[in-house]
Design a protein around this ligand. Structure first.
Ligand SMILES: Cc1cc2nc3c(=O)[nH]c(=O)nc-3n(C[C@H](O)[C@H](O)[C@H](O)COP(=O)(O)OP(=O)(O)OC[C@H]3O[C@@H](n4cnc5c(N)ncnc54)[C@H](O)[C@@H]3O)c2cc1C
Length: 478
């Protein structure tokens, strides 16, 4: 809290809505007269350090930019002459996309809805929204206007720009990732030039910029397709994993949203369906989530019985057999995203739809060779789209995600699971842990070279890169 207050003090000192890691003069203040004797330089505290949600990525940037409007953002980028520059959203990526020793740009102050277009029968409603807006804030504001997002990820605290830049998705066989709903966007290049992009206006750059990893410029605004708000009915039940995997394709086809969580070392999985229903305020029934309790129970079973997998399985089965199914009904935005107080690290790969279940089975087998594992394995469905770096590019997919508790070993997410995912043709989630370089990525992303050509044109000196992104694009570090 103290550090945050110090940081706020710093940023408040700057006139044009821009924060840097140095002193500033208030408007109209005269320059102080030169001192007669050399004075010791005041010790300025370093600009605020940064770390991601799980704490495994950190950096100490030289400066922060916090523009308050698009014009200030343009000016800041024009004025920024030296050193690398990276964008940061809410810091909820696990991979080192954000860290830089240069300048971090945050759009925390560029947030909120600009305009809503109610649309017509041929073209539905859309919303213009500033890129620093958190997904949850957008969903809440849309709901108040009778509108909603088509889908949401598991949490909603990410910024829109951060989520879209990494191909963030929810679940639903017929529902694409969030960036597929982008109709237009505004991007400020590293030189401060403002570009308006859509399928009609510079379509190639539009296809590159919908999932950009923050390498093309700073996106300041999106126009998103939205829809009339809707209620969902949720059902959650536990079932033997083998039986549930048999039914999974049918459940995914039948329900707007279907996902499952395999509970390792139990033989059981949790199934979750959400079905759209007509309903109003009087139909809402939304008991508190039991996710954290389940997680604690799984951890306790691991802590107590981890060394005896058969006993652990037997005990889990006894407990699970008594667990009744649960249901809830609420507005979509309240049911699709949850809060996740227990912190973890994660890897996730997106498989061709037909390979999803086979890959999941191999992942379960691999993970259950490690007695310390207890986090549920998440399995979701995502529809194909056309953004060049979308992990769902031209491919209906299933996603498999594995987690390790914050502070516990997570190297196996890369070492043991990476080869399994790749054997099944998996593409990594850009925001989650993976160790793929250019050679592997270009076999998975047919448009990687086209993306790189667009990036080079916009940022020939590579000012918007960091070592992780350079490694993925096959560019020399240094
Ligand atoms: C608990 C938890 C649950 C999650 N659940 C899901 C899930 O259900 N589905 C899913 O797909 N992912 C999920 N994720 C991953 C998460 O959605 C992504 O990593 C997302 O990118 C995080 O958004 P952010 O705002 O924190 O962005 P950051 O992590 O801060 O940044 C991500 C990228 O966006 C770029 N960026 C940020 N702002 C801009 C801008 N204005 N212009 C250009 N580039 C920009 C950054 O440079 C960086 O490359 C989850 C993560 C956590 C921690």
């Amino acid at each position: 809290m103290t550090a945050r207050r110090d940081w706020l003090k710093h940023t408040a000192a700057l006139g044009a809505g821009i924060a840097i890691g140095g002193p500033a003069l208030a408007q109209g203040q005269a320059l102080p007269a030169a001192p007669l004797k050399p004075q010791p330089q005041p010790q300025l505290p370093a600009p605020r350090a940064w770390q991601n949600w799980s704490g495994i990525q950190r950096c100490q940037p030289k400066a922060w930019l916090l523009p308050t409007d698009e014009a200030a953002l343009q000016q800041a980028l024009r004025d920024h002459k030296s050193g690398p520059l990276r964008c940061v959203g809410a810091g909820h990526s696990f991979s080192p996309l954000v860290p830089t020793e240069g300048t971090l740009v945050s759009l925390d102050q560029l947030s909120g809805i600009v305009a809503i277009d109610p649309g017509n029968s041929a073209q539905g409603p859309s919303v213009r929204v500033r890129a620093g807006t958190r997904i949850g804030m957008l969903a809440r504001a849309l709901n108040a206007q009778g509108l909603a997002l088509f889908n949401q990820p598991d949490i909603d605290v990410q910024t829109l720009a951060g989520a879209l830049a990494t191909g963030t998705h929810g679940t639903g066989q017929t529902l694409p990732a969030l960036h597929a709903e982008v109709l237009a966007l505004r991007l400020v290049s590293s030189e401060g030039e403002l570009l308006e992009l859509s399928a009609q206006q510079n379509p190639d750059l539009f296809d590159a910029a919908r999932v950009s990893l923050g390498t093309l410029g700073v996106i300041s605004e999106y126009t998103l397709k939205v829809r009339p708000r809707y209620q969902l009915r949720r059902r959650v039940w536990l079932e033997r994993t083998e039986a549930l995997l048999e039914q999974a394709p049918e459940l995914a086809a039948k329900h707007r949203h279907f996902e499952l969580y395999v509970l390792p070392f139990t033989g059981y999985s949790a199934a979750i369906t959400h079905t759209e229903v007509a309903g109003g305020a009087g139909d809402i029934s939304h008991p508190a989530s039991a996710d954290e309790d389940v997680l604690r129970d799984l951890q306790r079973l691991r802590d107590w019985l981890g060394r005896w997998p058969e006993l652990r399985r037997w005990t889990a089965a006894k407990l699970i057999a008594q667990t009744p199914a649960e249901s809830a009904q609420d507005w979509s935005w309240k049911l699709l995203s949850s809060s996740r107080p227990t912190r973890f690290n994660e890897s996730e790969y997106h498989l061709p739809r037909a390979a999803g279940i086979a890959c999941l089975k191999d992942i379960i087998k691999t993970l259950e060779q490690r007695n310390e594992v207890f986090f549920p394995i998440e399995f979701r469905f995502v529809r194909a789209d056309t953004a060049w770096l979308s992990p769902f590019y031209m491919r209906d997919s299933c996603s498999v995600a594995c987690h390790a508790l914050q502070g516990e070993a997570h190297d196996y997410l890369l070492k043991d699971l990476g080869p399994v995912y790749r054997r099944h043709g998996g593409r990594p989630h850009w925001g989650k842990l993976h160790d793929l370089g250019r050679a592997e990525l270009q076999t998975l992303y047919p448009k990687l070279a086209d993306f790189e050509a667009q990036r080079r044109q916009l940022d020939p000196q590579g000012r918007l890169l960091n070592p992780h992104v350079k490694a993925m694009l096959g560019l020399k570090n240094g």
